[in-house]
Design a protein around this ligand. Structure first.
Ligand SMILES: [Zn+2]
Ligand SMILES: [Zn+2]
Length: 215
């Protein structure tokens, strides 16, 4: 079974896309072949232009941030996305900062996340907060991207053992699927996992294998 992915990279630089490329390879080692319509981290004017128009449709110019609910709604309606197979998962990178409208009680959404809307599986990540004084932190970005793709490929379903519910279902093991802390805590945790070579624990790995590699 091949997993189709549609990439929408709205970033000017290639560094985030190149990290995504390595994360997709890592995921493919667990869930099986992942076929993306373009190679992550390389020039893709079509995907870039689609991403830029989606950002333009979804930006709140007063806040200077992109509204996540508007963006998700616009992604599923976009002709480019609609022309792709219904099974294709969508991964979008944007350089703009995100916020959630949250029914009139706006909250900062920080990094983005995994969403299901209109039968589509979507991960949107803002690269904005992975830059410190203009320097990109690939380790922190890899940690968040792998975590969200773990949600996308079902690492922590409701009711699985060693999980808990806090802003979605998360893993209680020493694992990348623990609830990611905000700010510096998340960054420190990302570097600690990286140093120790930890991504998914065995429970999370087995769950994804079970879901995606059934004979
Ligand atoms: Zn999570
Ligand atoms: Zn886990």
């Amino acid at each position: 079974m091949t997993h189709e992915v549609v990439l929408l990279d709205g970033c000017k630089g290639f560094a985030p896309g190149q990290v995504l490329y390595s994360v997709l390879n890592h995921m493919a080692g667990i869930v099986g072949t992942i076929h993306s319509d373009k190679t992550a981290g390389q020039v893709d004017m079509e995907g870039y232009n689609v991403a830029r128009s989606l950002v333009g449709q979804s930006v709140n110019s007063q806040r200077g941030q992109v509204e996540i609910e508007a963006l998700i709604g616009n992604i599923v309606k976009h002709p480019f996305v609609q022309s792709r197979g219904r099974d294709a998962r969508i991964i979008m990178l944007i350089p703009e900062d995100l916020y959630a409208h949250n029914s009139g009680r706006p909250t900062s959404w920080v990094h983005g996340g995994h969403f299901t809307h209109d039968g589509r599986d979507i991960v949107v990540i803002s690269t904005n907060r992975f830059y410190n004084s203009g320097v990109f932190d690939p380790v922190h970005f890899k940690y968040v991207m792998t975590h969200e793709l773990g949600h996308m490929y079902g690492a922590t379903p409701k009711g699985r053992k060693n999980t808990y519910e806090l802003l979605g279902v998360h893993c209680a093991n020493d694992c990348i699927m623990q609830q990611s802390r905000e700010g510096d805590g998340a960054k420190r945790r990302a570097h600690e996992l990286h140093k120790n070579g930890i991504t998914f624990c065995d429970h999370c790995k087995h769950e994804m294998v079970r879901l995606h590699r059934r004979p």
